[in-house]
Design a protein around this ligand. Structure first.
Ligand code: HEM
Ligand SMILES: *[C@@H]1O[C@H](CO)[C@@H](O)[C@H](O)[C@H]1NC(C)=O
Length: 314
């Protein structure tokens, strides 16, 4: 146990170092020594008053990193926030604003919004029982965001396995990373409009799950569109491997979840079997993939800026 978690930590440090030589886990140790503790306690408070917030903060970091890299572009008012997958769906902006203002009080214009997102995602996963990992720091914030790039790069729940693989490969993430990261759907919720088609026209869905979800997700487009259901029917607020066990039982909520098991043509089934039968295997792969995702095209000094307020450029 101790030696296997040590080797995971060492592996993650190596990956982080290789991905971006100028980032470091100790980046703020001298300039803002309280930063990480402030983020951690702010996340813990937000998650204890709203357990779903862990999921929402994790998703914010994912949607940030997939669009022009992890540069906090997702937080800028307008633009990306209006993209298909984001508008009326992303949440947690107020929590990030609060964390940022807490951090600013201690150290002015020092800690980037992009780093706050990366650390808050990690602390969120830990707060709901998931694995921890070392976050490399030193990302800087963009002064632009793009709705067009967000619509191009964020995966939609209607995608096929082939298209999902393509989207992740375009960001340097392999099959294992993609399946592990999809395991983020072990927490959080989705709106009826994002799984209606699956309930009413797909074969590879557990009949009892379909019946119970239909009760709050009527077939008629426009009725109950924003009604929520848990992505993981078994343990909706706990970060565990139940998502993968559910996929094997045809209990994935989104089309893009279930296709990873039943329509993948051999590409990802074995990975899911491995995660469904071994919680540690999932935890280790998730942590490794989060480090990779968090290192997608960061802006490194002298590029970018440290925003004063996360929702607008300086
Ligand atoms: C594989 C491609 C993916 C697709 C197609 C996808 C799609 C979606 C959709 C449609 C929702 C529900 C949004 C809503 O109804 O408002 C959702 C929620 C969520 N996604 Fe994904 N997602 C993917 C991968 C990921 C990844 C890689 C992560 C993080 C590492 C992630 C984290 C989450 C979380 C935590 C939620 C719940 C958010 C909340 O409750 O506020 N997803 N996703
Ligand atoms: C995918 O990347 C992970 C690291 O995130 C690595 O451990 C694994 O070997 C890679 N898998 C393949 C098939 O390249």
């Amino acid at each position: 146990m101790a030696s296997s978690s040590l080797s995971v930590v060492l592996l993650l440090l190596c990956l982080a170092a290789a991905a971006s030589a100028q980032m470091s886990p100790t980046f703020y140790d001298a300039s803002c020594p309280g930063a990480l503790a402030t983020i951690k306690s702010s996340v813990a408070a937000a998650v204890s008053s709203d357990p779903r917030m862990a999921a929402s903060l994790l998703r914010l970091h994912f949607h940030d990193c997939f669009v022009q890299g992890c540069d906090a572009s997702v937080l800028l008012a307008g633009n990306e926030r209006n993209a298909f997958g984001n508008v009326g769906s992303l949440r947690g902006f107020d929590v990030i604003d609060k964390i940022k203002s807490n951090v600013e009080q201690a150290c002015k214009r020092t800690v980037s919004c992009a780093d706050i997102l990366a650390v808050a995602a990690r602390d969120s996963v830990v707060a709901v029982g998931g694995p921890s990992w070392t976050v490399s720091l030193g990302r800087r914030d963009s002064d632009t965001a793009s709705e067009t790039l967000a619509n191009r790069d964020l995966p939609a729940p209607s995608l096929s396995v082939t298209d999902l693989i393509t989207r992740f490969a375009a960001k340097g993430l392999n099959h294992t990373d993609m399946v592990a990261l999809s395991g983020a759907h072990t927490i959080g919720q989705a709106q009826c409009k994002n799984f209606r088609t699956r309930l009413y026209s797909e074969e590879n869905i557990d009949p009892a799950l379909a019946t119970s979800r239909k009760a709050t997700c009527p077939q008629l487009t426009g009725s109950g569109d924003s009604n929520l259901a848990p992505l993981d029917d078994t343990t909706p607020d706990m970060f565990d491997n139940a998502y993968f066990v559910n996929l094997k039982l045809n209990k994935g909520l989104l089309h893009s979840d279930q296709v990873l098991y039943t329509l993948a043509g051999g590409a990802t089934e074995d990975i899911i079997d491995g995660f469904a039968s071994n919680q540690d295997a999932f935890n280790n792969a998730f942590a490794a993939a989060m480090v990779k995702m968090g290192n997608i095209s960061p802006l490194i000094f002298p590029q970018g800026q440290v925003r004063r307020i996360c929702s607008r450029a300086n």
